[in-house]
Design a protein around this ligand. Sequence first.
Ligand code: 0L1
Ligand code: MG
Length: 263
Amino acid sequence: MAWDYESVAAELLACEDEVRDREPISDEWPELASDVAGAYGIQDANLAKRLARGEKLIGVKLGLTSRAKQQRMGVDMPFVAWLTDAMILPAGDPVPQDRLIHPRIEPELVFVMKDRLEGPGVTAAQAMAAVGQVQGGGEVIDSRYKNFRFTAGDVIADNASSGAFSTGPIAVRPEDVDLSTEAVLVEVNGEIVDSATGAAVQGHPGEALALAANDLAKRGLAIEAGWIVLTGGITDAYFATPGTSIAFHFTNLGSVHFHSGDE
Ligand code: 0L1
Ligand code: MG
């Protein structure tokens, strides 16, 4: 099949809707692997389809902002993707296994924007000045590619493996927390298996926010007031197979719990 941006966007959304994985598109269309601008075009076409069926745009998420994630996924560049209201997982709800292919969950530092943030040239300090609240959170990622095998172009086109996300119980003003030393412990089935601090995210999550604003500016877009921003997995992501329980314990931002339904 000869792919174009529109047909890739349609196929990736069909995979999501049909809970079906596939080999990376770049296996058949090798140029996509490094065609970052084209992959963002696919991502935007994917968003347009989501909005056309009634989903609301509520923010952005960053992907591969930490070395832990880059090394695990074998892609060494960070990127931006879209969040819609259909991706909100209310605290305490089980991970929706029936609509996910092979969910994995990772801890995130989350911003709620008080001001619009428009690049280019945004610094981390300017980015943080536009943040209203900071929360801990977790993202349920779900690649449409078998075994999470993808190139940069594939994963950007696939809206950065978007699935669902939850935010934690505590919201603080950015000036009231040191995000580079804010730590998270990752608990899987009662055992602490991983830990990191916010510095893992580009040195400071404010750098990731600036990166998102500057990246979106290349497409003539900005981060809007009221939007949610997931700044990228702080540690590796952990498989949420049925029966698994995963919790992220932050130093100052509380705990976020995920239950993956019955085995
Ligand atoms: O599937 C993936 O790991 C790509 C999305 C990365 C999300 C993140 O780093 O927060
Ligand atoms: Mg993430």
